[in-house]
Design a protein around this ligand. Structure first.
Ligand SMILES: *Cc1c(COP(=O)(O)O)cnc(C)c1O
Length: 403
């Protein structure tokens, strides 16, 4: 078994080799957009004498707060730590059940397990590929403490229906909005002040806004109290509070989950460009729809995403492969596309098929729609610096591979 990092480095080297053989450059499935102003701002922080959490983190939290209409925001080392702290802040622990989607990055359910609670996987809607809220209602029992929905590819879930359900059953909501920065529902941003309970975002390298690694949590301090914000601050740094005879006291078990100023300054620059990035993503997504249609791929039973150009941030452009007709696996098709110089991704294989989850008694069969989509979903390249010509190349390659 090779480690994840080894596999990643191997993949990168492999792509570089491929580039030399191919006449056209390799198109990765995603790529961060980092401008020179960002690079020079990072250099300034590195020269400043203060490189870990400091003034840039405070500035970034303030800027994010403004972005969400005056909400309280705190930053963390990554999206996973952000979600785990959100669960802790909501008081989720042993014997509690948390309802979530089986089609997500495994971090979503891993953090539920990490706080000692039990993930309950509910099937997804085949169109949106997000959790089916009608099925959520059926999964609620006396152990249910929270709902943790996921915004796959940034497509919003029905916030009104979600909170109606949560309020009716007295449940907390921890939104895994890792992919949904810039998305909206009914005219309000996901994370907008006063509209939510706890909303967690990730700034990992592939996300629409990156700090390399990082994350933030948006609080509804008005409704759930400022205590929760203070608890989150403690949990991200060893449980530390500034008080007592030595100027410090520890009263809860915290971790080491703070964001650094180097990361935060990247985020400040990315935030200024976020709307522009998103506009470009929307243009490219529209281009995909047009060219996929022109190529006749829709008639060849290729499943398309919901065409929501108003509310989705188009974090990913994902299609559903007609595997039964093709009599081929997704892995096979990904390799064939790679031969054409096109990078793709599998986001995501169903969580309940992983060994750890199987050993815990879960199985994909209990969520048949998610099981099918987990096998056949494919992420096509989409990132702001892609060109219309790149979209042509992806669709041409896809047409050849699927015929
Ligand atoms: C990226 C991501 C996470 C985790 O974020 P990290 O910053 O990588 O820890 C969680 N859930 C989803 C859906 C994600 O895409």
């Amino acid at each position: 078994m090779v480690g994840t990092l080894d596999a990643l480095l191997f993949d990168t080297r492999h792509q570089l080799c491929d580039n030399r053989r191919m006449t056209q450059p390799f198109i990765p499935f995603t790529k961060p957009t980092i401008d020179e102003a960002t690079i020079s701002a990072v250099t300034d922080v590195l020269r400043s004498g203060w490189i870990t959490s400091g003034p840039k983190v405070l500035d970034f939290e303030k800027a994010l707060g403004e972005y969400f209409g005056g909400a309280t925001v705190r930053c963390f080392a990554n999206g996973t730590a952000t979600m785990k702290i959100a669960l802790q802040v909501a008081g989720i622990g042993p014997d509690d059940e948390v309802i979530t989607s089986p089609i997500s990055w495994v971090a979503t359910s891993n953090v539920i397990l990490a706080v000692g609670a039990k993930p309950i996987f509910v099937d997804i809607d085949p169109q949106t590929r997000n959790i089916d809220l009608n099925k959520v209602a059926q999964a609620i029992n006396q152990h249910t403490k929270a709902i943790m929905p996921v915004y796959l590819a940034g497509l919003p879930i029905d916030i009104d229906a979600l909170y109606a359900l949560a309020t009716q059953h007295g449940l907390r909501v921890i939104e895994d909005a890792a992919q949904a920065l810039g998305s909206s529902w009914n005219g309000a941003r996901i994370g907008q002040r006063g509209k939510h309970d706890l909303v967690s975002f990730s700034f990992q390298a592939n996300k629409n806004l990156t700090t390399i690694e990082g994350g933030c949590l948006v609080f509804n301090a008005e409704r759930f109290g400022a205590d929760q914000v203070q608890l989150a601050e403690k949990l991200r740094l060893q449980g530390l509070v500034r008080s007592g005879p030595d100027g410090m006291e520890v009263d809860v078990l915290g971790g080491k989950d703070n964001l650094t100023d180097v990361n935060a300054v990247i985020g400040l620059h990315q935030l200024k460009q976020l709307d522009q990035f998103q506009q470009r993503r929307i243009e490219l997504a529209k281009d995909y729809f047009l060219k996929i249609d022109q190529a006749g791929l829709v008639h060849k039973d290729l499943g398309l995403p919901v065409a929501d150009f108003e509310q989705s941030n188009w974090h990913m452009f994902q299609v559903i492969l007609p595997l039964a007709r093709l009599q081929r696996s997704r892995g096979d098709i990904m390799s064939a596309l790679k031969e054409h110089g096109i990078g793709t991704g599998a986001h995501y294989p169903i969580i309940t098929n992983f060994d750890l989850y199987r050993k815990l008694g879960y199985s994909p069969e209990s969520t048949p729609i998610a099981a099918e989509i987990g096998r056949s979903i494919l992420t096509l390249p989409l990132f702001p610096t892609m060109s219309s010509h790149d979209i042509d190349r992806v669709v041409q390659a896809l047409t050849q591979v699927l015929n």
